[in-house]
Write a protein that binds this ligand. Structure first.
Ligand code: ADP
Ligand code: MG
Length: 213
């Protein structure tokens, strides 16, 4: 499928937030190993808010849906990760417009999000953060969308790249977030935020696959 409609984008966001709620315990357990264990709780608070806001609203553009999702996260999650995960959706909101969500617009929006997350958080690739799965996923989506406009195959490529990115975080010592105090002792453990990004993209991909049938 080439693009999602407004209603489909709305349903995708709700589906995705619901999937994160299902993963909350696992995300908390991952964060507990090298962080403070609150990542699953934080993401759940943000995702419950997304569902609450987006569920019953009538939207005129896909951009507004992502803006609501991002603002909902920032306002309820608090802390650095609320802003960083909220920025992911706000970035997408900035590059999407009108009544359709295409792979190219999503790639461009996620690219903007990467830039803003880097500016706000100061981290870069290899610092054991959410960027380690997000940045390769964006690159894969962009590359795929240049040759094939199918949203489904673009998201599958992004999902595979994000999964690899999560695996790669195990090799890095943490430079940001609470895990940074562990330094080299954080090697061997995967990053919680990178894992959340993977689940977000996986859920989007699943939704689009279902909607394509
Ligand atoms: P907190 O660190 O306040 O406990 P969370 O546990 O919800 O917040 O989120 C932690 C995740 O946030 C980390 O696993 C990492 O992926 C991400 N993160 C933390 N700091 C940064 C940063 N400066 N830039 C990008 N991502 C970050
Ligand atoms: Mg934490």
């Amino acid at each position: 499928m080439e693009a999602l409609s407004i209603e489909q984008t709305q349903a995708m966001i709700i589906y995705t937030a619901g999937k994160i709620l299902e993963q909350a315990d696992e995300l908390g357990a991952i964060d507990r190993k090298i962080g403070d264990g609150d990542h699953g709780i934080g993401m759940s608070i943000g995702c419950r808010e997304i569902i609450k806001i987006v569920k019953n609203k009538k939207y005129e553009t896909v951009s507004e849906i992502f803006k609501d999702a991002g603002m909902g996260m920032i306002q309820t999650m608090g802390g650095a990760s609320g802003v960083l995960f909220g920025s992911l959706f706000i970035g997408i909101a900035k590059e999407t417009s009108g009544g359709k969500l295409t792979a190219a617009a999503l790639a461009s929006g996620m690219g903007t999000a990467v830039k803003e997350i880097k500016i706000r958080g100061g981290a870069s690739l290899g610092d054991k953060t959410m960027l380690d799965s997000l940045e390769p996923a964006v690159q894969a989506l962009r590359q795929a969308s240049e040759t094939d406009t199918d949203l489904n195959s673009g998201l599958l490529a992004a999902q595979a790249a994000a999964e690899k990115g999560v695996e790669a975080t195990k090799k890095y010592p943490a430079k940001f977030g609470r895990a940074r105090t562990l330094g080299e002792r954080s090697v061997g453990y995967q990053d919680a935020g990178a894992t959340s990004v993977y689940y977000l993209i996986k859920a989007m991909s699943e939704y689009v696959e279902g909607a394509s049938k």
